[in-house]
Design a protein around this ligand. Sequence first.
Ligand code: AMP
Ligand code: ZN
Length: 134
Amino acid sequence: MKNDCIFCAIAAGEIPSFKIYEDETVLAYLDINPFSTGHTLVIPKVHTGCLLDTPDETIAAIMSRVKKIAAHIKTALPCDGFNILQNNGEAAGQTVKHVHFHIVPRNGSGGLGFENHAGDMQALEELAGRLRMK
Ligand code: AMP
Ligand code: ZN
């Protein structure tokens, strides 16, 4: 447990949460400032900062629970669809430095608030060359 971490305090039961699921590895509870009704956070009970700090086995366990919890929310709420969000670093909007996955229920059509830009084919080709993993 990390001392100054609010999600560790929630996992330890020191701070209350609107818990909807718990097992030996993860905890899921409602986001207190939800994007939509049913917006849920899924966290590992053991502290890690972001995706890159988190062991593969933990990520695998969290993702299987994210799927299970999202399926439950979709039926129980219900909702038409959902987004899974996972922010890493301040630049990406990560405000709580304990890795977490957002399940954001969605209804109707609309999708996300990201904007597509017309791709520059040459720039894409160069970028792919620079980023391609060996
Ligand atoms: P992120 O921007 O990805 O770091 O998301 C952090 C999320 O945690 C935000 O959506 C907050 O509304 C949520 N949050 C912060 N404190 C609490 C809390 N005590 N209980 C539930 N959700 C929280
Ligand atoms: Zn923590």
